[in-house]
Write a protein that binds this ligand. Structure first.
Ligand code: G3P
Ligand code: MG
Length: 235
């Protein structure tokens, strides 16, 4: 039984696209992840001042761009004037949906507040194009109130509960929201809590697992997917 568990291949989930290879959360990173054949890719989103949903990780722009200040305080025109490493631009969620065209599953991590309504509307519109299926999307967040808002809008959408501390802390809200998965920090996963999460009926997609020995450990625990900067390392 244990060798069987060890051989199970988890889903490969590209982190911020494939950020080990291309500037995180850019169209280039997303295209790279798809080229590499990931099963799913993960991006982070905020809602900005002019109303669009943009794909970006930090709440301020300093680390990743030549600008300064809070991402949410920008208009789209202002954000598009900023440049990321490698000359890339910050994409909108709509641009990402158009480029992906439903070819790979998408984990949208809600970083900012007040994102649920727009993201839900955009997912529904994407499904109407015929390129995406509802189940191609899974919504996650550390901001559990955003997940509550998403569930209130959409009774069917796949939801994953992000946790940073004890992964078992996500079980109650997970049940409450009829979530599919707990997405814990891989550093907090043990044989014991992994078992408890599984018994509670949730999948487990740990983040962010890059080192070969950590990948091996996650496979031994029998997780369902691995969020990684280096999709080629999951075999
Ligand atoms: O969604 C998994 C992972 O991306 C969570 O952490 O900071 O990389 O968004 P962070
Ligand atoms: Mg993220």
């Amino acid at each position: 039984v244990s060798s069987c568990m060890e051989n199970k291949k988890p889903l490969v989930i590209g982190h911020r696209g494939a950020m080990g290879h291309e500037t995180e959360n850019t169209i280039a990173s997303i295209e790279k992840a798809m080229e590499m054949g990931v099963d799913m890719l993960e991006i982070d989103v905020f809602k900005i001042k002019s109303g669009e949903i943009v794909v970006f990780h930090d709440d301020t722009v300093e680390r990743l761009t030549d600008g300064e200040g809070a991402i949410e305080s920008y208009t789209l025109a202002e954000l598009k004037a900023l440049t990321l490493e490698g000359g890339h631009k910050i994409p909108t969620l709509q641009e990402v949906l158009d480029v992906m065209g439903g070819r790979t599953q998408l984990n949208i991590e809600l970083k900012g507040r007040n994102t649920a309504t727009d993201v839900n509307t955009m997912m529904e519109a994407a499904v109407k194009t015929g390129k995406w299926k509802s189940d191609d999307f899974i919504i996650s967040s550390f901001e559990w109130d955003e997940l509550r808002a998403m569930r209130a809008l959409n009774t069917k959408v796949r939801i994953a509960i992000l946790t940073e501390g004890d992964p078992l802390g996500g079980l109650v809200i997970g049940k409450d929201l009829n979530a599919e998965a707990i997405n814990p920090s891989f550093k907090r996963l043990t044989a014991k809590n992994t078992q408890k999460i599984k018994e509670a009926g949730f999948k487990i997609f740990p983040w962010t697992v890059n080192e070969p020995q950590d990948i091996l450990q996650m496979k031994r625990l029998g997780v369902d997917g691995i969020i990684t900067n280096y999709p080629e390392r999951i075999e």
